[in-house]
Write a protein that binds this ligand. Structure first.
Ligand SMILES: C[S@@+](CC[C@H](N)C(=O)[O-])C[C@H]1O[C@@H](n2cnc3c(N)ncnc32)[C@H](O)[C@@H]1O
Length: 296
């Protein structure tokens, strides 16, 4: 076995001991990052090229710093996003909701779908939609100035790497409760992964110590921001427009009632993530939008 593969095995054991969920995968990704090779080429790194900075990065992960802060990158659908201190690290669960939205937008009979991403963080959802739904226009709202810097960086990088997305994602520094008033009644889709952790809940160190507080906590039942997003979606959607909102696994039943038919929504549905846990709710807005209000 090569020196590097041997060091990876030792590092994986140390990470497992520290309580890291996927110790082997994380050790390999750190090795690939430090040696600047794809993970599939790690076995080809000559012993003489072993870089001892590997152990510095392993120690950071052992202290439960998120892998994505160490490598500086998070992968989200077909995107390679830059992340670090001050921005929420996008999660695989959110890829599932984003995939649902992309399919729904493709099925809509709309030439230039208008989308709002409420609480965009790194820009993950907004950029994936712009990349995968031709001619979509996405308005991404983010209240936190530090997170907005990461989002703008990713918007610029994505425009350079995939020029068809250039100019199709617009970032707004607003509170989503009042954001985008000029688009009221016009959005085809409102999507959001808002903060949804109840105050005082216990979270892993990677989350509690590194994700920004504004991205996490949301009232005693965790649903304060979901309720605000529901109000914003009523305002922003055109009749027949769709909403998709992520939530925590135990919150499926409660979130269903936020978007219930009794409250004016149509066809509310719970959806699961890849692990089979309740993860996001979708509904249709049948109400009167701007166009109907303006009719004589
Ligand atoms: C859970 S993170 C999700 C980030 C990103 N959409 C993702 O899925 O990776 C929630 C984001 O919403 C932002 N946020 C929280 N409250 C907000 C508000 N009232 N208005 C605008 N953005 C808000 C936070 O700063 C954070 O970036």
């Amino acid at each position: 076995m090569s020196l590097l593969l041997n060091e990876i095995a030792v590092a994986a054991a140390r990470l497992a001991e520290a309580g890291v969920d996927s110790p082997r995968a994380d050790a390999e990704q750190i090795a690939a990052h430090v040696h600047d090779v794809p993970r599939t080429e790690l076995h080809r790194v000559p012993d003489g090229a072993f870089d001892p900075r590997f152990w510095d990065e392993v120690a950071r992960r052992e202290a439960r710093e998120p892998l994505q802060h160490i490598t500086g990158h998070a992968y989200f659908r077909y995107l390679d996003l830059e992340v670090g201190p001050g921005v929420f690290v996008p999660r695989p669960e959110t890829e599932v909701m984003t995939g649902w939205a992309i399919e729904a937008l493709r099925e809509m009979d709309v030439t230039e779908p208008l989308v709002t991403d409420l609480g965009t963080g790194s820009g993950a959802i907004a950029l994936a939609i712009a990349q995968e739904v031709p001619r979509s226009r996405v308005h991404a709202v983010e209240i936190d100035p530090l997170a907005r810097q990461w989002a703008q960086r990713n918007i610029d990088r994505c425009a350079a790497a995939a020029p068809h997305t250039a100019g199709r994602v617009t970032l707004h520094g607003e509170d989503f409760s009042i954001a985008l008033a000029d688009l009221d009644g016009a959005a085809d889709l409102v999507i959001s992964n808002p903060p949804y952790i109840p105050w005082g809940a216990s979270v892993p160190p990677e989350v509690g110590e590194y994700d920004p507080a504004t991205a996490l906590w949301s009232g005693t039942d965790g649903l304060d921001a979901v309720r605000v997003v529901e109000q914003a979606a009523r305002r922003l959607l055109r009749p027949g427009g769709l909403v998709a909102v992520e939530h925590g696994a135990p919150q499926g039943a409660a979130v269903y009632w936020v978007f219930a038919e009794e409250r004016g929504w149509q066809d509310p549905r719970n959806h699961r993530d890849l692990a089979g846990r309740d993860r996001f709710v979708t509904a249709v807005w049948p109400g009167h939008g701007r166009w109907e209000d303006e009719r004589p």
